[in-house]
Design a protein around this ligand. Structure first.
Ligand code: SF4
Ligand code: SF4
Length: 317
């Protein structure tokens, strides 16, 4: 039988914000949503995309390997910049995204790792070997494994196998999900998930469509069904100033969480940040929320207290 294989864009060890204790977080590629504030735009694509890290490029005059390696003639000379190391001018390259088919040959040729593909295949055994390295930390901290994305249910079969393997290894599991997948799939993974990290981004379906690219009916329905079936949920609300932090939306979210009853263990509010903006440029996309500022500590405390007013247990981050 073929070994289960998935596509990941990252693995983070010693993660402390995505579930209890110290965790290893597996980030799977592919997502049906395209949230305007997404800080991992590379995660939205299941297929690999070529990413270019300007800071690592040593310049076409001394290198230029990518230009000759590209069979599509998609790499050309781009802007010039002054090197922060010796103040010399560097001739950078640029990728014509219309021509590029993300074959990755330029990344293979690049000596500086300035070009790389955004996703790679990994076997279940390889992931489990990495997970096992930190077992003593999980045991001491009450941590475990978090499967995240993207949306892990895009790779439902691999997610299921990974969850099963973690439970066989007696590890605590979290599934970080947008809620946007068929309920039948959640039903299959449920016995192997200790805690769902469940995103609620907007309670108004038209706003949801506009901000995330999908309506919210399925997301809300799945949350109700999971709660009714006995799953444990940690609700996650990204706080995006002016886009989803109105009193009306926060109230509707809180009322919904109360409706889910004892299934909701915790509500986690996550302040918007723009640290992912630079990643858009790397893969030839445009970041649209340039004028949105991160909420300050005072605002986050205000939201926390507001939600606590609905008898919810709330934490920031
Ligand atoms: S990924 Fe392939 S097509 Fe795209 S720039 Fe690199 S070599 Fe050219
Ligand atoms: S191969 Fe890499 S380091 Fe060389 S010019 Fe291209 S991007 Fe820059």
């Amino acid at each position: 039988m073929k070994e289960p294989t998935g596509r990941i864009y990252d693995i983070q060890r010693f993660s402390v914000h995505d579930g209890p204790g110290i965790r290893t977080e597996i980030f799977l590629s592919g997502c049906p949503l395209s949230c305007l504030w997404c800080h991992s735009p590379e995660s939205q694509h299941y297929e690999p995309k070529i990413a270019w890290f300007e800071i690592r490029c040593i310049g076409a005059e001394v290198c230029g390997q990518c230009i000759t390696a590209c069979p599509q003639q998609a790499v050309a000379l781009g802007k010039r910049k002054t090197s922060p190391v010796d103040n010399k001018e560097i001739q950078l390259v640029q990728i014509d995204r219309e021509r590029c088919d993300d074959c990755g040959l330029c990344a293979e040729a690049c000596p500086a790792k300035a070009l790389c593909l955004t996703t790679k295949e990994i076997t279940l055994a390889e992931v489990m070997e990495i997970i096992e390295r930190d077992r003593p930390y999980y045991e001491k901290s009450g941590g475990g494994v978090t499967i995240s994305g993207g949306e892990p249910m895009v790779q439902y079969e691999f997610t299921l196998e990974l969850l099963k393997a973690c439970k066989e290894a007696e590890l605590h599991t979290c599934l970080d999900t947008t809620g946007f997948a068929k309920f039948e799939l959640y039903w299959q993974v449920m016995p192997f998930v200790d805690l769902f990290l469940y995103d609620l981004k907007h309670m108004d379906t038209k706003r949801s469509q506009k901000l995330t690219g999908v309506p919210n009916e399925l997301i809300l329905e799945n949350a109700r069904k999971l709660a009714a079936a006995g799953a444990k949920l940690q609700i996650r609300i990204p706080v995006i100033p002016r886009l989803n932090d109105t009193e009306e939306n926060l109230r509707a979210t809180a009322v919904f969480c109360r409706e889910l009853g004892a299934a909701v263990q915790l509500v986690q509010i996550l302040p918007y940040h723009s640290l992912g903006a630079v990643k858009y440029e790397r893969i030839g996309k445009t970041y649209k929320l340039v004028n949105v500022k991160a909420p300050d500590e005072g605002r986050m405390k205000e939201i926390k207290e507001f939600l606590e007013g609905f008898n919810l247990k709330v934490k920031i981050h």
